[in-house]
Write a protein that binds this ligand. Structure first.
Ligand code: GLN
Length: 304
């Protein structure tokens, strides 16, 4: 195995001084306060050895990264039935686009764009006794860290400005692809997106995706086949209309969020999280993408 600590430190030092081109997400007002210069990288190897640099222990809003975790929980609950309500094709569109939803009769393109994640949230609202508590408990079990919590200020900030998500949920409802109330489903969705986690906590939580469905604590949560499906979706759909570019530059399955985090992974080898809040025009972290490109190039490790 390469010397990961050396590689991530070298990449961090090379990128840290570079000017931040792009913008911190501000359509969720609470996210606009995050200092743009924050930058952290954490890498967790399959053998559980961890490597950190910069602000890797600081909490940030994981936003869309949560869509992978809610999908994992929905698959654990109803397995292949998920695909009766959401497709598995890349959208080639921004994360909050609505036009395809109308053209395709209320079946979202995939579970990692907003409309798809809202359908997954609806499934969890139906399947779980106490959706918010049970989802948080699932994240605690995966990570082994009971300190992970929702950020109520972020959730209510998004609730007051999430007009496009209300539009998507209403459209889904009109096509019969939302079983519960729009308000109830979106309340859960805004909470799942508001999870506040560090790069290190995200690597711990995503360990099951490199370890055939067995989490860092040693419990089997998903089958190898379910992990194959979720990792495939991260590769083809994890970066909205930039999934092709991410596969081309970085060569790993992954998921980004508008809080500036990116989780990426090489099954059986390592999981890595970067955090830098300044986003490119497609909503992905500019420095995070650059860092991951350099790390897979320097280590010579990607799925290709
Ligand atoms: N909660 C955000 C939204 O629905 C998540 C978007 C993202 O991280 N891309 O707009």
């Amino acid at each position: 195995m390469p010397d990961f600590q050396k590689i991530i430190s070298q990449v961090y030092q090379g990128l840290e001084p570079m000017p931040n081109t792009g913008k911190v997400a501000n359509y969720i007002p609470e996210l606009a306060h995050v200092p743009p210069q924050k930058f952290g990288i954490h890498l967790l190897e399959m053998n559980k050895r961890a490597h950190s640099v910069g602000d890797a222990q600081e909490l940030f809003s994981i936003q869309s990264i949560s869509k992978v975790l809610s999908l994992a929980m929905a698959m654990a609950a109803i397995d292949e039935k998920v695909w009766e309500r959401v497709d598995v094709e890349p959208s080639g569109d921004p994360f909050n686009h609505l036009s395809l939803l109308e053209q395709e009769n209320g079946i979202p393109r995939n579970p990692l764009i907003n409309a798809g994640a809202i359908v997954i949230a609806d499934i969890l609202v139906s399947e779980l006794k106490k959706p918010k508590e049970d989802f948080l408990e699932f994240v605690h079990q995966l990570s082994g860290d009971n300190n992970i919590a929702y950020d109520e200020a972020v959730a209510s900030s998004e609730k007051s400005t999430g007009f496009k998500n209300f539009a998507a949920a209403n459209l889904l409802k009109s096509y019969g692809n939302l079983k519960n109330d729009v308000e109830e489903v979106l309340d859960f969705y805004f909470y799942q997106c508001s999870l506040s986690m560090s790069c290190a906590q995200l690597c711990d939580t995503f360990y099951l995706f490199i370890n055939r469905g067995v989490c860092k604590q040693g419990t089997q949560h998903l089958s190898l086949n379910q992990i194959k499906r979720i990792n495939a979706l991260m590769l083809t759909c994890g970066f909205y209309d930039e999934a092709g570019e991410f596969a081309f530059e970085v060569g790993l399955p992954g998921k980004s969020g508008v809080g500036g985090g990116i989780v990426a992974l090489l099954p059986e080898h390592f999981c890595i999280t970067t955090w830098s809040p300044v986003l490119n025009p497609k909503g992905n972290s500019t420095k995070g993408m650059a860092a991951l490109e350099r790390i897979t190039t320097l280590s010579g490790l990607s799925i290709f």
